[in-house]
Design a protein around this ligand. Sequence first.
Ligand SMILES: [Zn+2]
Length: 153
Amino acid sequence: MKKSVVSSFDVDHRTLKEGLYLRSVYEIDDRYSVRSWDLRFCAPSAHKPLCPGTVHTIEHLMAYYLRLDEKIGKSVVSFCPMGCLTGFYLSTTGDVEAEEIRQALKRVYENVFPIKGREDIVGLNEIQCGNPALYAIDETNEAMDKYIKVLFG
Ligand SMILES: [Zn+2]
């Protein structure tokens, strides 16, 4: 890892708005790089983070379905919640652009949401997950509706 363009700690979180941001680019070598994207669901200054069940549910669904996406799926390295519960980190390889991620998020949103019950949450079982009792249905649907509106106006 040679280079990081913007570190998370260089961003003033008091003025950070909801949205999709390129947070850092790690150049592994001359050919390979990993981009880390900030999918900010909540403005930190609003002091209303997501509930843990919502974060866990979105993590399961997005980590799974973004990898299946026709355009960016093969570039997805990881999809992880932020510990502060205001968003997620998506890591991609190569030169995936913000617009491609925006469109991929919309495709998953249109194909998967609204979820109706826990059976819609892929991998939510004792074999594949550390805490399958932690999930949220209505709050997750609301959070996704709100985030897609942020991305598409
Ligand atoms: Zn889990």
